[in-house]
Write a protein that binds this ligand. Structure first.
Ligand code: S3P
Length: 429
């Protein structure tokens, strides 16, 4: 098992940094360009393990995909030219690959099987399988199709009106992709706002969608066309450095070219409410996605309550917000976040256990976390739980602990941020 020992340090964060490409947008760019006709260039594609699972799935279906430095070059030949893979597809640890590809595989006239690692094999798939079955999908799997491995007897599906039961961009996107391949019209009605990268990016590939408040409609039978895409920096990766600079005294850091889509910047709102000194400027758009720089100065933080509508917008950032809350005066309450229990690990248990091991005072709720600040963090030995965001939270904690932090199973950080430790070293001085 890979282990790292991070010494306690008096260093601060200074200078500037570019975080890798957005994970959600990279997955979508790989899927849409593989289904497209023609050659697409995707600059700053995230080559973390999760996104490479999506790439590998399409290679197995015969799509020629090249990696050239930070760019992905996808030679799509169109939906009808995809081949049946000769062996099962491995989704690895990637929930986004599993959910979005289910929408695709259910609607292609191919037989495919797919599996995942131990963590992904525990995560719910019925949230996509059940609505796909309403469209006529023939999917079987463990526990009645609610867990991987799954088998897809793909075929032409029929358009359907879905009223979503979970706030999930993965489910929304799977159904929109299935709708794009289906016969007739598909409508997806959300119960709350979730990240909208699918809706922003599909039109870049020539696919029409109609968005009316929470309802998104897509006509079936559309063939995407190749497009050149630039992937903005991932705010979910930037989040670790935003918190690091906020809680480490005398820090001043700029993070360049980060995606600032309004469905993703809840972390900035939460930290500003805690008293963080953060400035952003949107200087460009790539496609329809706003991109800008984030400037952070260390500051004193205070506890807040985080609940309701904002939760899907910060769901991936809750571990690092919880670490920030250990350094804030007063109590922070995070509620309405039961979805955390269905991530790469049960992130409520993982965050509470990890922060308490380091010396914090944190409690689990059924649907959230209570953090009693401000705590002096001692340091200690933790395990990433095989969850990249728990591993990175532990590493950032080491900047404020009085003793070293040992992290077991740190290689999982490669899932979303292969250059994380290099970047951390680069900005510490
Ligand atoms: C993602 C959606 C979110 C998020 C995940 C990426 C996406 O999951 O947690 O990391 O790219 O659509 P849910 O849709 O399950 O909330």
């Amino acid at each position: 098992m890979s282990t790292i020992e991070l010494k306690s340090t008096d260093k601060k964060l200074r200078g500037e940094l570019r975080v890798p490409g957005d994970k959600s947008i990279s997955h979508r760019a790989a899927i849409f360009s593989s289904l497209a006709e023609g050659t697409s260039h995707i600059q700053y594609f995230l080559t973390g393990e999760d996104c490479l699972r999506t790439v590998e799935a399409f290679r197995m279906m015969g799509v020629k995909i090249e990696q050239d430095g930070g760019a992905l070059i996808v030679h799509g030949e169109g939906i009808t030219r995809l081949n049946e893979p000769s062996s099962p597809i491995n989704f690895g640890n990637s929930g986004t690959t599993a959910r979005l590809m289910s929408g695709v595989l259910a609607g292609l006239p191919l037989f495919t099987t797919a599996f995942g690692d131990t963590s992904l094999s525990r995560r719910p798939m019925d949230r996509v399988v059940a609505p796909l079955q309403e469209m006529g999908a023939d999917i079987t799997g463990r526990e009645g199709g609610s867990l991987l491995p799954l088998a897809f007897n793909g075929k032409k599906l029929s358009g359907y009106r879905h009223e979503l039961k979970v706030k999930s961009a993965q489910v929304k996107s799977a159904l929109l992709l299935a709708g794009m391949l289906a016969k007739g019209k598909t409508e997806v009605i959300e119960i709350g706002e979730t990240r909208n990268h699918t809706e922003m990016l599909l039109p870049e590939f020539g696919v029409d969608l109609d968005i009316d408040g929470r309802a998104i409609t897509i006509e079936g039978g559309q063939q995407p066309k190749a497009s050149d895409i630039r992937v903005p920096g991932d705010i979910s990766s930037a989040a670790f450095f935003i918190v690091a600079a906020s809680i480490t005294p005398n820090s001043q850091l700029t993070i360049r070219d980060v995606g600032l889509n309004k469905t993703r910047i809840g972390i900035l709102y939460a930290l500003e409410k805690m008293g963080a000194a953060i400035k952003t400027d949107v200087h460009t758009h790539v496609g329809r996605e706003p991109v800008g720089d984030i400037h952070i100065q260390s500051s004193n933080l205070n506890g807040i309550t985080l609940d309701g509508e904002i939760i899907p917008n910060v769901i991936d950032e809750i571990p690092i917000i919880a670490l920030a809350a250990t350094q804030a005066e007063g109590t922070t309450i995070i509620k309405d976040a039961e979805e955390l229990r269905h991530k790469e690990t049960d992130r409520i248990e993982a965050v509470v256990d990890t922060l308490n091991r380091l010396g914090a005072n944190v409690e689990a709720l059924k649907d959230g976390i209570i953090i009693h600040g401000k705590s002096h963090l001692e340091g200690g030995v933790i395990n990433s739980y095989g969850d990249h965001r728990i591993g990175m939270m532990g590493a950032i904690a080491s900047l404020v602990t009085s003793n070293h932090v040992t992290i077991h199973d740190k290689d999982c950080i490669n899932i979303s941020y292969p250059t994380f430790f290099e970047h951390l070293n680069d900005v510490l001085c």
